[in-house]
Design a protein around this ligand. Structure first.
Ligand SMILES: NC(=O)c1ccc[n+]([C@@H]2O[C@H](COP(=O)([O-])OP(=O)(O)OC[C@H]3O[C@@H](n4cnc5c(N)ncnc54)[C@H](O)[C@@H]3O)[C@@H](O)[C@H]2O)c1
Length: 326
């Protein structure tokens, strides 16, 4: 089986490739498990840390149609499309966001339509497609009303994928991901970057700023759950997707205050004391427009799963990235 992963060098892309290599097989459109013989790992930047003969690293700009022509061919059985620019970046640079987050997806789908091979396709949408007046817990039928360019681009992708799937051009699945924490490394330009930062930086002995009120409720998922759900999304037979190709993922609903409490319980007062509250209106506006809780009834009926305890999520991070200071 030949699999294309875009955004391969990113937070989720790298983890997904590791998980696919370890798993060794995926089911094809007929539902039969097939060995993974080749993973085309595509990103703008080279990916590091994976040394496996099944992985072919390809670097390029996903917005370049020429690049896509070489990337996707009739042998491409499955695509995990993860490449994107994050929310604040797409808000600051409208053209970049449109080009990478929307036009590239459209070009990829067009390339697939022209080839006519109808591969499986899994992509990551976002809770940022929702906004405006929202109930406390968002139902699957909630009308989309993005309050950011990133959310709008994700919503447009969702619509396109649903229609290309309805027409039989692609066998698509779009998973509406919660904010994924705890992300390792440096802060990024996602408006939700602080959700990882308020855990990661204090654990590493560094100060961290929380830019939203502590009552803000977030919808979260751990990296391990995200990868397991991405693979689950691929493996589901198309016949089971009766309520559509766009699926709100289950998640963990938690306030920032509860996150800080969990950090305090797990790592102590001194660590939690490294968080400074300093509101940032731009971030507050974007993050405050996102729902903090979903029913995710459809996803649960399909077998997607969520984390249940934020302390466990912190524990997973600490096990994978032991704190740099005691
Ligand atoms: N991490 C989250 O909390 C979260 C939540 C919801 C949805 N998502 C979505 O999941 C996907 C993966 O997220 P992530 O956290 O791994 O993001 P990430 O930023 O770590 O990875 C995205 C990758 O896309 C690549 N990329 C950007 N522009 C490109 C271009 N022009 N050509 C080729 N590659 C390019 C980047 O180099 C990066 O490696 C994204 O689509 C994101 O919108 C993430």
């Amino acid at each position: 089986m030949k699999i294309l992963v875009t955004g391969a060098a990113g937070f989720l892309g790298l983890r997904l490739i590791e998980a696919l290599l370890q798993r060794g097989s995926l089911s094809n459109r007929a539902g039969n498990a097939q060995p993974i013989t080749r993973i085309v790992a595509f990103d703008r930047v080279p990916l590091s840390g994976i040394d496996d003969p099944r992985v072919e690293v390809v670097c390029g700009d996903i917005a370049d149609p020429e690049v896509l022509n070489n990337l996707i061919d009739a042998q491409t059985d499955s695509i995990f499309h993860l490449a994107a620019v994050v929310s604040s970046q797409a808000e600051q640079d409208f053209e970049l966001g449109m080009r990478i987050n929307f036009t590239a997806t459209q070009n990829m789908l067009e390339r697939i339509r022209i080839i006519g091979s109808c591969p499986k396709w899994v992509m990551t949408s976002s809770v940022a497609v929702f906004g405006g007046q929202l109930p406390e817990q968002v139902e699957d039928q909630q009308v989309w009303a993005p309050q950011s360019s990133y959310g709008t681009q994700k919503a447009m992708n969702d619509l396109l994928l649903a229609d290309y799937s309805r027409r039989g051009f692609v066998d698509g699945r779009s998973l509406r991901m919660p904010t994924i924490v705890v992300r390792p490394g440096k802060p990024n330009m996602a408006a939700s970057s602080f959700a990882s930062g308020i855990i990661r930086e204090p654990l590493n002995g560094e100060p961290s700023v929380c830019p939203v009120p502590v009552e803000t409720r977030l919808w979260l998922m751990s990296p391990a759950q995200a990868i397991s759900n991405l693979i689950k999304g691929h493996e589901l037979p198309a016949e089971r997707l009766k309520q559509g190709r766009v699926i709100n993922m289950p998640g963990l609903s938690i306030t920032v205050e509860q996150m800080i409490d969990a950090l305090r319980r797990t790592a102590g007062d001194e660590v939690a004391g490294r968080i400074r509250l300093e509101r940032n209106p731009a971030i507050e506006r974007i993050v405050g427009s996102w729902p903090g809780s979903f029913c995710a009834t459809y996803a649960k009926s399909l077998g997607f799963t969520a984390d249940h305890d934020f302390a466990d999520v912190i524990g997973q991070f600490m096990a994978e990235y032991p704190p740099q200071v005691a």
